[in-house]
Write a protein that binds this ligand. Sequence first.
Ligand code: AMP
Length: 376
Amino acid sequence: MKHVLVLGAGQLARMMSLAGAPLNIKISAFDVRSENIVHPLTLEVLGNGLEHAIAEADVITAEFEHIPLDVLAICEKSGKFLPSTDAIKAGGDRRIEKGLLDSAGVKNAKYAVINTRTDFDAAIAHVGLPMVLKSALGGYDGKGQWRLKTLDDVDAIWTEMAECIAESESQAIVAEEFVPFQREVSLVGARNKQGELAIYPLAENVHTDGVLTLSTAIDEPELQAQAAQMFTAVAESLDYVGVLALEFFDVNGQLLVNEIAPRVHNSGHWTQQGADTCQFENHLRAVCDMPLGSTQAIRATSMVNILGEDTLPEAVHSLSGCHVHWYGKDKRAGRKMGHINVTANDKAALKAQLVALSELLDEAAFPALKPAAEAL
Ligand code: AMP
């Protein structure tokens, strides 16, 4: 029996726990907000605090990148933390992330870091308009972002950006050129201590108001090779151990990395039903120094996020190839409450199943599903 302590007690720790049980890997989770050690499924407080949990664990890993630096430091000191604190910091700070991508020679959008109004003017000159402005720390799912289209809006946007920068001493804004992409794709893969890689097929992602709503595994060898090469460069430059995700913009078949996530990722949930070994199991295999599992796709698969809803029509469970995964969370508008994996024998059958699913669901809660399914 191996014991893995996960920093973060959300759905990703929960799904690691579900994947770890058959391998005799026991998971406990550190709830960063309450500072309690909890059971990842029941959220029952397990007591005795972080220091004790660190001492008891064989391995420590993380399910998200916004972890207080003092917590990261004690985990690092234990010598048990994987992937590494550098990887977590790169995922949590857009300045470090951009620097990492540049030093690994991986294409990403042209950018500039803004701390002052003078920097903002310099960024406009360097990056050009339109531009996307993102808080360096703490922003995700499109939060803490602005779009600057014309110079008329500079003063109004600067007022909001200056407020954001003033929130914390270490905060800044990263200005990025607006990328005219056709679609967004992501790559999830695992790397183990021996440097072996196991990379999943790319997923094509649909976002609604900045939040992932639909993710579909795709089979496009040329794009896959490009993405795998960038994945390898990033993973090797971090000497990464565990599952890593890269999000890309696809601009006429040329990929640019948008961001990296040093963890299992929402766009990899399809692997639970659609791949030989799911991302949660492969993350545990990597950090527990076990052989990696096959990442081969076994069926055409999509994942539909359930946002802000805590019930679904019963009929969903009767739809063939449909698997519902609830996260056991209290309902809140827009919150990720669960997901539905939909599998079929081929792409045409998958498309039909997704359209059938969209007809069962409340359109107001899943507005993007039907148009996205029809466009597959
Ligand atoms: P992010 O939090 O960086 O993933 O951004 C949220 C969403 O904003 C992305 O999924 C894109 O749809 C969009 N976006 C972010 N950066 C850019 C960019 N440089 N150009 C165009 N769209 C972007």
